[in-house]
Design a protein around this ligand. Structure first.
Ligand code: HEM
Ligand SMILES: [Cu+2]
Length: 630
């Protein structure tokens, strides 16, 4: 299967197709150990959704603790046993919940679930390849991810519970097993799970990069790639350059935990007893961690931004505004994301000059981000907008990207961050800009490409219900947290009732918790819609959204190799919407220029004599049309 699926896109397809016909698919090769990128995409998606639901339930659990810190919930004890003695969450377990919630959301849902799904689905389909460069490695990538997920969840079933040092697992908590229950076996398994996870991401990323570079169909030069592909491609590069640093850091941490080294430890006292470690520094961990950790937030966000470009252009029925600027801003974010990690370390006592350098690079990232926002708004401007559920989620992303991004400008300033660090202001900021925005991008992609994955449509009415409840509850949950943070309420605290000054926030915590429960209930509408529609949804046509890109030229039924005959040739960029003088308001990338010229991206034809001649002839015939539109 593997060899049949990889091949040169320009070769004729007949022999291979012959192979497929004789190839027997068993249940195992079709659904479990599949090497077909479309099936692997679904595996990533469904695993991601399951992990997302789990992480959401964890957040509801600890939100209930924050809203009702002194109350006892007998049900907790029934469900959680020793982790909730007498119906109250154990404080150590509270920290474990926060840790695993953050870890799962960032890595398992928004890295693997989002990139894994849409890179796998769209890279071959939108570029005109029969599969990934290496379908076998692709399969491995999923199974490494799956194993990592199982290990991460298994820590709920061990005596001392899951890791509890926060998703950033700063030493010494993470390095000294006796510091808390969550620093024991749970932490070891966290490290094992994350190492497998990184292996999965690297295998996947290498595959994405080589597929984008080598397997594009005829005519698909880099400047004709949809913005989704640009964003997946650059995301894979960011992952490839930053994840290995995390693995290196993790290996050193394992040495510190198990073999008596002191990379991260020095001058530690546990219960009055001095530990023997000397000469290490927990700050080293922070440098290594955030060298991944900051790029990671763009690994999460960039694919969502790519999906948004695609969904907005399609549903506004307009060419994306500033295609080149969009690509360059993605490249700008890619490069800059590596030189800003120090903004997480302003309070570590770094030299103020160094702090100033990180502050400047951090604030410069606002420029490409603003370019993207501006381009989205300009694309929407005067569009003939179709408010599909996918479009609403894409617009929701833009909203969160703006409202959450603005607070990033505050936090990027060292002088302000020193006050706001580790308060709920930070929690509010990152939940809006990467939590909510990226989740909305992912949901937008699910609604948009569901017909491509399952051949059926999701129910739009349920989609609207899902969107509005989720959108409203996200703001109700995360907006009030800004004010708590400004008032100095710290994050990662189990109970605030010990502090007189924070009691006034109790009613807000109750409000936020109920808003979070509303948001969680809204996801039932989504889950029902998703799983029901896979089997019983309305059958989709081949190109339900009247889109220009290549994935909508493949048959609705899943076939190996994606196209039954030859792979189509590409003639034009992906955003020829509402072109004057054409009978439909979209022109697929496969329509030859001679049929109707693209007036949307004129640079494309400069110097291409044939194209210029066709354009002139076309203009001569269609002068009236063109002028009307001006
Ligand atoms: C159901 C919606 C969600 C709710 C109600 C929620 C709530 C919370 C709360 C209250 C905390 C603890 C803050 C603290 O004590 O420091 C937290 C931590 C966190 N959340 Fe969420 N969250 C949600 C969704 C998400 C999403 C979608 C992401 C994806 C980026 C995310 C990522 C994180 C991270 C990274 C942490 C930090 C964990 C740590 O401190 O180690 N959350 N969340
Ligand atoms: Cu950062």
């Amino acid at each position: 299967m593997a060899t049949a699926a990889i091949h040169n896109p320009t070769a004729t397809h007949h022999d291979e197709h012959h192979d497929h016909a004789h190839h027997h698919e068993t249940f195992l090769t079709k659904y479990v150990f599949s090497q077909d990128h479309k099936m692997i995409a679904k595996q990533f998606l469904i695993t991601g959704i399951v992990m997302g639901v789990i992480a959401m339930i964890l957040s509801i659990l600890f939100r209930i603790q924050l809203a009702y810190p002194d109350q006892s919930f007998p049900l907790f004890e029934v469900l959680l046993g020793k982790f909730a003695p007498e119906g109250r969450l154990d404080p150590n377990f509270y920290l474990s919940l926060v840790t695993i919630h953050g870890t799962i959301m960032v890595f398992f849902v928004l890295t693997a679930g989002l990139s894994g799904t849409f890179s796998n689905l769209l890279i071959p389909l939108q570029l005109g390849a029969r599969d990934m460069a290496s379908p076998f490695m692709n399969m491995l990538s999923y199974w490494f991810f799956f194993t990592a997920s199982v290990i991460m969840l298994s820590t709920f079933f061990i005596e001392s519970g899951p890791a509890g040092a926060g998703w950033t697992i700063y030493p010494p908590l993470s390095a000294v097993a006796k510091s808390m229950p969550g620093s024991g076996l749970g932490m070891t398994l966290w490290l094992v799970s994350m190492t497998l996870f990184v292996a999965s991401s690297l295998i996947g990323g290498i595959n994405y990069i080589s597929t984008v570079l080598n397997m594009r169909t005829k005519g698909m030069d880099l400047w004709k790639m949809p913005l989704t592909i640009w964003s997946f491609f650059l995301t894979a590069i960011v992952g490839l350059l930053s994840f290995p640093v995390l693995v290196a850091a993790v290996v050193l941490l394992i040495f510190d935990r198990s073999f008596g080294t002191s990379f991260y430890l020095s001058d530690i006292y546990v219960a009055g007893q001095a530990l023997p470690n000397e000469g290490g520094s927990p700050i080293l961990w922070q440098h290594l961690f955030w060298f991944l950790g900051h790029p990671e937030v763009y690994i999460v966000l960039m694919p969502a931004l790519g999906i948004t470009s695609e969904v907005i252009a399609t549903n506004a029925r307009k060419p994306i505004f500033g295609y080149h600027a969009m690509v360059y801003s993605l490249i700008g974010i890619t490069v800059l994301s590596f030189i800003v990690w120090g903004h997480h370390m302003f309070v570590t006592g770094m030299n103020p000059f160094l702090g100033g350098v990180f502050m400047i690079t951090t604030l410069i990232i606002a420029v490409p981000s603003a370019v993207k926002t501006f381009n989205y708004l300009a694309t929407l401007w005067k569009g003939n907008i179709r408010f599909t559920p996918a479009m609403l989620f894409a617009i929701g992303l833009v909203s969160f990207f703006i409202s959450g991004g603005l607070t990033g400008i505050f936090l990027g300033n060292a002088a302000l961050d020193i006050n706001l660090h580790d308060t709920y202001f930070v929690v509010a900021h990152f939940h809006l800009v990467m939590g909510s925005a990226a989740i909305f991008g992912m949901l937008s992609g699910i609604y948009h490409w569901f017909p491509k994955m399952f051949g059926r449509l999701m129910n739009a009415k349920l989609g609207y219900l899902h969107f509005w409840l989720t959108f409203i509850s996200a703001y109700l949950v995360f907006f009030p947290m800004h004010f708590m943070g400004l008032d100095g309420v710290p994050r990662r605290y189990y109970s605030f009732t010990e502090f007189e000054s924070m009691n006034e926030w109790l009613s807000v915590n109750v409000f936020v918790t109920w808003s979070a429960i509303l948001g969680a209930v809204a996801q039932v509408a989504f889950l029902w819609n998703f799983f029901y529609s896979i089997f019983f949804g309305e059958k989709s046509t081949q190109n339900p959204w009247e889109s220009t890109t290549l994935e909508w030229t493949t048959p609705v039924e899943r076939i190996h190799g994606n196209w039954p005959g030859e792979i189509p040739t590409i003639y034009r960029w992906p955003y020829d919407y509402s072109k004057p003088g054409h009978s439909t308001d979209f022109i697929p990338q496969t329509t030859p220029l001679s049929e109707t010229m693209s007036s949307n991206m004129p640079h494309d034809f400069e110097g291409n004599e044939e194209a210029e001649r066709i354009q002139e002839e076309w203009n001569a015939k269609n002068v009236n049309n063109t002028e009307e539109v001006k």
